[in-house]
Design a protein around this ligand. Structure first.
Ligand SMILES: [Zn+2]
Length: 256
């Protein structure tokens, strides 16, 4: 009933909590009158998705057509889009690398949301090994994204993409990691048929994000937000992946 929802937010405390939530502040006491809240910086780590987006050779590129367009008789534009769920930043489901695996919409969302470390292994390819990430494994959160390049190739297919050595995946899993991500199109070499890193995450129950853009992200800890769509039969899903800083930056003009 509307009466209930209106009265729920009627108290000052509830209004403050709602404002705090909308502003992205984690201050449980809410926002004080006249106080400018510190904002958590956000890094968009998703490439643009469109007809120029690269795809694995033979995979389905992005295309779009119009089912309806605005005219005197029609008040809206409505498109239809076709593309592989591996275009752009995406999460692979077990169904992608296991005939009996779960579809993406059936997965628990917890691995895709929470504390995350970005580790730099720039120019270390073609395989990221344990040695390349060894400097950043202390007190590891459950999510690890590895930046392998200065600039992710968001407009061309890279046949020499950098990927993980399975031993690096195994080490991260042993340290409690539940999700790994990379700024290339795959965690295995493009020409690989055995897919040892995909098989490692299948065996160890890890989740994976691919095609991230970590160009502007310093090494360090963040909050990851990269939720897959609830596609109940698909082998992967696009995600809008972002990193949010853990400690809000102090802003000039903010009162204490
Ligand atoms: Zn994929």
């Amino acid at each position: 009933m509307t009466v209930f929802s209106y009265s729920y937010f009627e108290t000052r405390q509830h209004r403050q909590r709602l404002t705090s939530w909308l502003l992205g502040t984690s201050d449980p006491t809410g926002v004080r009158p006249g106080h400018t809240p510190a904002m958590h910086r956000i890094w968009d780590i998703s490439p643009p998705v469109g007809t120029e987006s690269p795809v694995f050779p033979g995979d389905t590129p992005y295309s779009q057509a119009w089912s309806a367009t605005i005219t005197e008789a029609c008040p809206v534009n409505v498109s239809r889009i076709t593309f592989s769920p591996h275009v752009g930043a995406h999460a692979d489901a077990p169904l992608h690398y296991d005939g009996q695996g779960e579809a993406i919409g059936a997965l628990d969302l917890a691995p895709y949301l929470g504390p995350c470390r970005v580790i730099h292994a720039i120019g270390k390819g073609p395989l990221i090994t344990r040695e390349h990430i060894a400097h950043a494994l202390r007190d590891l959160p459950a999510r690890v994204l590895v930046r392998t390049c200065e600039r992710a190739p968001v407009e061309r297919w890279d046949p020499n993409l950098v990927s993980f050595a399975a031993e690096a995946i195994e080490q991260l899993a042993a340290l409690g990691v539940r999700l790994v991500g990379i700024d290339t199109a795959s965690i295995d070499p493009a020409e690989s048929k055995e897919l040892p890193s995909h098989q490692a995450i299948r065996r160890l129950g890890l989740r994976v994000l691919e095609n991230l853009v970590l160009d502007d992200v310093p090494e360090g800890d963040y909050e990851l937000i990269a939720l897959p769509l609830k596609l109940m039969t698909a082998d992967a899903s696009p995600v809008r992946a972002v990193l949010r800083e853990l400690q809000p930056a102090s802003r000039s003009g903010a009162s204490s």
